[in-house]
Design a protein around this ligand. Sequence first.
Ligand SMILES: CC(C)(COP(=O)([O-])OP(=O)([O-])OC[C@H]1O[C@@H](n2cnc3c(N)ncnc32)[C@H](O)[C@@H]1OP(=O)([O-])[O-])[C@@H](O)C(=O)NCCC(=O)NCCSC(=O)C[C@@](C)(O)CC(=O)[O-]
Length: 353
Amino acid sequence: MFRVARPPRLRPRIRPTRSYASVSADPANLVTLVEVGPRDGLQNEKAAIPVDVKAELITRLAHAGAQVVEAGSFVSPKWVPQMAGTDSVLTSLPSLPPGTRLPVLVPNQKGLDSVFSLLDAHPHLRPAIEVSVFTAATDAFTRANLNCTVPESLQRLEPVIRSATDAGLRVRGYVSVVVACPYTGRVEAKRVRDVSETLASMGCYEISLGDTVGMGTPTTVGAMLEEVKKGVPVEKLAGHFHDTYGTAISNVLTALSHGIRTIDASVAGLGGCPYSPGATGNVATEDVLYALRDSPYHVAGTRSGGIDLHEMVEVGVWISEKLGRDVASRAGKAIQARRAWEESQKQKEGSKL
Ligand SMILES: CC(C)(COP(=O)([O-])OP(=O)([O-])OC[C@H]1O[C@@H](n2cnc3c(N)ncnc32)[C@H](O)[C@@H]1OP(=O)([O-])[O-])[C@@H](O)C(=O)NCCC(=O)NCCSC(=O)C[C@@](C)(O)CC(=O)[O-]
């Protein structure tokens, strides 16, 4: 260890053959999805995204059933301009379904102080807000992302985590580049274990293991998890997989088979890290929901039956249109194509009458 206003209800046209609710509700197989689209998904966008679009995205996601929605960052706007105004996004949210959790990224004391000021002025947000701190397994990555080494970042985070937990805020920790670093290549799993253990010992309730570059495979991810599990109980671990090489879904399934029950995902597969050149978005939320259909796993959500896949597809289409992008979710695209085909069939039938 180191020392130191509710959107209109969009009616799904195709129903799953079997709803999540009908799948065995064994608590050991309950999976929590952390929806990172509004933060990880949007932070890399070139064009400015209006506050009302960000707020509507969070609202739509929560109403589709997403229980944990990472809502933005209190980082330096010089470093990540797209996350400026997270306070305005949070204060413009309408009331969300009970139990919705809204983690926000904080890199240092200044960021945490901004969260405290926000909560002082808007105490109604307090039950929802959580803090996420972040570091990495390599100095090269933390230098690019946080302007310091890994030990320096941990030293900086220790009082931040203490101060947040003392104030009653739950703190989640991220470790980036857990498999490969864009600057130094293959990462030793022992490094990931050390950093994860340190964050857990500082008071993080959960450690999200980020394959930031998306180079992980089931083999390398599995080996990394085996090592990290020696230092941190698996119940405290989450998987965060980018899909650069198309292995994100297999890595999610690998993580689940290793006992992990919290997975970060991004609607429409939005995203990328500004400090990981070429990395694509996170595993798409729609793809995870689709892959877990008819499986022993069931996804937690604010709605009975978890998160609604078809509403999530609608949210993905909506935000992708707003951003002028294609939906990157394979399941999202397939469901959209099927809907279009069904619509055209209906129109053909109608014209015969
Ligand atoms: C940590 C720093 C600030 C160090 O950056 P620095 O330049 O060393 O810091 P500084 O203390 O010298 O401050 C520079 C300026 O930023 C201001 N500043 C300083 N802190 C804040 C703050 N909290 N909020 C607002 N402003 C702030 C500060 O006041 C100053 O303003 P100036 O005096 O020049 O006008 C910077 O490196 C930073 O903000 N980094 C954040 C980078 C980031 O957000 N990256 C993306 C998130 S991580 C990620 O995506 C990976 C993840 C989590 O998804 C998992 C995975 O996929 O692996």
